[in-house]
Write a protein that binds this ligand. Structure first.
Ligand code: SF4
Length: 434
């Protein structure tokens, strides 16, 4: 008689997509650990859970390829079970079930309890903020809300994540305090629309209220704001940022475009004039603030004139950090009713032009940092360098400060004062002075 294997299965969680997906994977792993399950992140495991992204074409393709590669491993007997969750699964479950039937089960973005049940675990409500973080120990994401109420025409996120839902300040304090007790020093606040925080729960924009509580947590040194939205921006947050040293003088605010025609069609609820006024507010209220933004080129109907306006604006505004996407024609979004009339090669060419511009801007801004002193945190050691960041740099997406290791041992997660002695377009070189 074949004896039932008593060997504990290792559950391997694989994360694709954005920091919000990283967060969700960490919550899943925290629940599994609380159920005494053996769980790892992107290592070997008999059971695999793929947390997918369904945002735009490239991301969807990567998710499908990842699913196929694990299904292949299953057919080869290298893994026993493959489960799929996250945005792609939320958005395309019926198609995926038909096209990739070898997956054991598909789950949406709000089906954590049933995913846990399929993994032989119980969903534990009491585990507020209990997570197995996958980021370096010194920083962690803090997702303050889920979903989005905005009508942006090109965006499929509300289809996958639902309506905006803020977490309570109390729960977020419990979560952040646990992270601080685990040695986290930098909290990166994320949501689909950070600046909408509280409108559903407290009937007012409550991001500043939340920040006033988070800065009280001992051990937290830096708090960083990601995914702000331009219209209705709570300006009081800027004044608090200026006066409160723990809040990084940094704001990530995807602005997408600057042409009024394109902004109107994108249903962004803002204009060229209002956008520029907001950027002026950022720079007046928080001198030296680093502004990160994201743009979309090749949106339906984007003319050469619209694009030239965008280019000139990027040149004039000199964003500290900038990313650029090519428009992706997403079914069931409002823009899907428009003709996707900008050819792919023109979209790519426009994105390359914007990023070439930004590389020059970033290089010039970085030259101005030579000879200046900054407080940095050490993220890791890589080859002959310690890799660090200033408060103006978010992990994975912004500049890094490289410190030659031969200068002496530096502790991961510790803060040091450095002097910048060399600069490239996206990296700075420095020596420790204190
Ligand atoms: S605010 Fe962001 S997540 Fe929300 S609809 Fe607009 S682009 Fe999408």
């Amino acid at each position: 008689m074949r004896t039932k294997s008593t060997k504990k299965h290792t559950i391997n969680v694989v994360t694709l997509g954005c920091s919000k997906n990283v967060y969700d994977s960490e919550v899943l792993m925290g629940q599994l650990r609380a159920n005494n399950k053996e769980v790892v992140h992107e290592q070997e495991g008999e059971v695999v859970v793929i947390n997918t992204c369904g945002f735009i074409d490239n991301a969807k393709e990567e998710s499908v390829n990842t699913i196929l590669s694990y299904v292949q491993k299953k057919q080869e007997g290298l893994v026993e079970k493959v489960f799929v969750t996250g945005c792609l699964s939320e958005r395309y479950k019926p198609d995926l079930i038909k096209e990739i039937p070898d997956v054991d089960q598909y789950f949406g973005t709000t089906e954590l309890p049933s995913l846990l049940a399929a993994l032989g675990a119980d969903y534990k409500h009491e585990l507020v903020g209990e997570r197995l973080t996958t980021t370096p120990k010194n920083y962690a994401y803090l997702k303050i809300a889920e979903g989005c109420d905005r009508p942006c025409s090109f965006c499929a996120i509300p289809l996958m994540r639902g309506k905006h839902k803020s977490k309570t300040i109390e729960d977020l304090i419990i979560e952040a305090t646990k992270l601080a007790n685990d040695g986290v020093k930098e909290l990166i606040l994320i949501a689909q629309d950070l600046t909408y925080y509280g409108l559903d729960l407290y009937k007012k924009r409550a991001l500043k209220d939340l920040l006033e509580e988070l800065v009280k947590i001992e051990g937290i040194e830096w708090i960083r704001l990601h995914y702000a939205f331009p219209s209705g921006f709570p300006l009081e947050v800027l004044d608090f940022m200026r006066q409160e040293p723990k809040i990084c003088n940094y704001i990530d605010i995807p602005l997408q475009h600057i042409s009024d025609t394109v902004l109107k069609s994108m249903r962004r609820g803002t204009t060229e004039e209002k956008t520029n006024a907001l950027i002026r507010e950022f720079r007046q209220r928080v001198p030296g603030i680093a502004i990160r933004t994201t743009l979309i080129v090749g949106y339906p109907g984007e003319t050469q004139e619209d694009f030239d306006l965008l280019k000139q604006w990027v040149k004039d505004t000199k964003f500290d950090r900038l990313g650029c996407f090519t428009y992706s024609h997403e079914e069931n979004t409002h823009a899907f009713n428009l003709e996707d009339d900008v050819p792919e090669e023109v979209k790519m060419q426009r994105a390359n032009e914007i990023m070439a511009l930004q590389s020059d801007i970033s290089w010039a801004l970085n030259q101005e940092k030579i000879g200046k002193e900054y407080r940095v945190v050490i993220d890791r050691k890589e080859g002959e360098y310690y890799v660090a960041r200033t408060e103006f740099d978010s992990p994975d997406v912004d500049n890094e400060v490289l410190i030659p290791a031969q200068q002496g041992y530096l502790r991961q997660g510790n803060f040091y004062k450095v002097l910048i002695n060399e600069a490239e377009d996206f990296d700075l070189y420095a020596k420790v002075i204190d």
